[in-house]
Structure formats: C-alpha cells, structure tokens
Design a protein around this ligand. Structure first.
Ligand SMILES: C[S@@+](CC[C@H](N)C(=O)[O-])C[C@H]1O[C@@H](n2cnc3c(N)ncnc32)[C@H](O)[C@@H]1O
Length: 328
C-alpha cells in the first residue's frame, strides 16, 4: 500500500498546536479523545514534511486525525464498519444530503414505532452493514457505545428515546458529516481495515504514530479483543520504531493505578492531564481520572509555564502535569 504524493503547496500539519475549536466527528466510540485534543496537540512536537505521514493504528471515531488534518495519513482500525464509514465519506458516497434525508425518514419511523424500529435497523445492519445504518445505530444506541458480540454483530440496546432524531439533532449530525468531509477532502488519507501491526509496518523515519489502543481488560468485544499480551507486544514494537510516537493511556483513577505503564512504557516523556468526570450527586461520587500521553523523547514539548515538572527515575517516565482548564 502506498500513499500518493501530495502537491507541494498544501499547508503542512504542525505540532504543537493550540487549537481554538475542537471539531466533533459524526461517530462516537468508547475512549473518544475529543476533550483531550488540546492536551494532545500541545504536548507533541512534530512537523509534517513532504511525503511524511501521520499514522493512527487505532482510529476509533477519527477525532484526532480529523482535527489535525495532515496531508498524508494512514488510518487503521480492525473495526471494518468504522473504516467503511470514513471511506464512504471520502468518496462522497456518504454526504450531507443523503445523511439528512436518511435520518429524517428513519427517525420518523423510530418515533412512530416508539423505539422498536431501532431493533429492525440493527437487524438490517447486522445482515447488510451499510454506513447509513451504522450512523443511525451509533447515534441512537445506549450511551453511544460501539460493541459487537463474538460473531461480530452489533448488540447495543436502544437509548430509549423514540424522538432521538429531532430536527436539531439531525442538523448537528449532518454538520459533523460536512466537517469530516471537508477535513478529508484533497488529502492523501488511507483508511485501512486491519490490525496495528500492519499500520506500524508502514512507518518511516519522519512519520509520526499516535496510538490509542483499547483499555486492557475493558470493552472487550469482537473488534476489541485486547489483552495484556497484545498490549506488551505493541509496546515492544512501538519502542522499536525509527519515527516519533505518542501513546494515550489512562494512568490512575481513584481506585487504581495502571501498572501496565511502568511495566511496558518506561523511558518515555509522560504528559499527565486530570480528567474530571462530572457524574454523581455529591463531590465524593465524582471521580477524576489521570490520562497520560507517553511521548518518545525528542518529540514532546515543555509547553507553556503553568505546569509542574517531576523528573522520575531512569526507569519511569518523566512526568509533567499540565493544567486542567481545557479538558474539563
Ligand atoms: C480507544 S479506541 C480509539 C479511540 C480514538 N483515538 C478516538 O479518539 O476516537 C481503540 C480502537 O482500536 C480498535 N482496535 C481494537 N483492537 C485493534 C487492533 N488489534 N488493531 C487495530 N485497531 C484495533 C477498536 O476498534 C477501537 O476503535
């Protein structure tokens, strides 16, 4: 697989980047990094050059690549529905007009059936798998979760809101399609259904790899059969890369630390960002989570003055805590 050359006059992506407005993709998934985009973009140092590429072996919702909008990108995910969805946007098969028409028509049936129609669409999707049905399910299932059973069938229940596709909601989704399509247009992006090893195999010295693997022991399903052994293998392969890379991973919450970080990702620059979950009626029920970005030395920024720096031992990452304001 080769990426085409892009014209010399195209604006090159550049990190660190202070992003004024974070765009929202049309798809939702577990672990989506929308709120962490400012933190990620100001923590990495990388300059896109002619023929270099941004590589994401774990694309998910696509929010990171879409906000950065590099000229060349190699975007992998084992979830073929995600990849087909973005390929359809890229080719124009999925566009503002057909998304709006579809969601208006299908939303009316959902409302009329009191929600039962969700399960008809789910069955249809599991037999035929179109991007329009995928979008419908993604935006009307319980909590916007993406989960597939052992046979690869989408099995998330309905969100219990028959009036889900209100005019305002359809407009919002349509605008997200337009935004994603504009970000992809005229770019040399390749969307590939496949595993992270195939993505890493194409990394060259001036590329940059952003990794956001599934959480170990969580969200395990047909497309996310992630375990400790695979996570270790990923760490070894990534550390052998000749190009820059950064890995997103949760570090610590109220209950436990993520021991996998010290075991497998030592020796990197760590940028920490505390992410506060505004759930629960009292202060004691609200949990904060430390999210980490582990960057290959030489590719991280010191960022602007406000943070505190703690130099860790040679084996553990250099920790730099960044202010919270942009992520809560
Ligand atoms: C945490 S999500 C990525 C979230 C993404 N960065 C975002 O902000 O939306 C992890 C993704 O990895 C994909 N995945 C799971 N196992 C994989 C594998 N072995 N190779 C490539 N992708 C995989 C899942 O389908 C999922 O979309």
């Amino acid at each position: 697989m080769n990426i085409r050359n892009c014209p010399d006059n195209m604006k090159m992506a550049h990190l660190p980047l202070k992003i004024g407005h974070v765009g929202t993709p049309p798809l939702k998934c577990q672990g989506i990094k929308t709120k962490l985009i400012p933190f990620i973009f100001r923590s990495i140092q990388w300059q896109e050059k002619d023929k270099t590429k941004w590589i994401e072996p774990f694309l998910g919702s696509g929010v990171v690549a879409l906000n950065l909008a590099p000229n060349r990108a190699l975007l992998f995910d084992t979830n073929e529905h995600i990849i087909r969805f973005y390929k359809d946007i890229q080719t124009g098969t999925l566009n503002a007009e057909n998304v709006r028409d579809f969601l208006v028509a299908e939303g009316a049936k959902l409302l009329e059936s009191g929600g039962e129609y969700f399960y008809e669409v789910r069955e249809r999707f599991n037999n035929k798998g179109t991007s329009l049905d995928f979008l419908f399910l993604n935006r009307s299932c319980f909590n916007g979760v993406m989960r597939f059973n052992s046979k690869g069938r989408f099995n998330v229940p309905f969100c219990h809101k028959p009036g889900r596709f209100s005019q305002a909601y359809v407009t919002k989704i349509t605008n997200q399609i337009v935004w994603a399509s504009n970000r992809i247009r005229d770019k040399n992006w390749m969307f590939c259904a496949g595993g992270w090893k195939d993505a890493l195999a194409q990394a060259e010295p001036n590329d940059f790899v952003y990794l956001d693997p599934p959480y170990i022991g969580r969200h395990t399903d047909y497309y996310n059969s992630w375990n400790g052994d695979e996570a270790k293998e990923l760490a070894v392969a990534t550390k052998n890369l000749t190009c820059g890379f950064a890995l997103s991973m949760w570090l610590e919450n109220r209950y436990r630390k993520n021991s996998h970080i010290e075991e497998c990702w030592s020796g990197l620059d760590a940028r920490i960002c505390t992410h506060f979950y505004h759930v629960g009626s009292t202060e004691s029920l609200r949990n904060s989570m430390d999210e980490g970005l582990f960057v290959k030395p030489g590719y991280s920024t010191a960022d602007e003055g406000k943070q505190s720096v703690r130099k860790a031992s040679a084996d553990t990452p250099t920790v730099l805590s960044l202010p919270l304001d942009e992520v809560v």
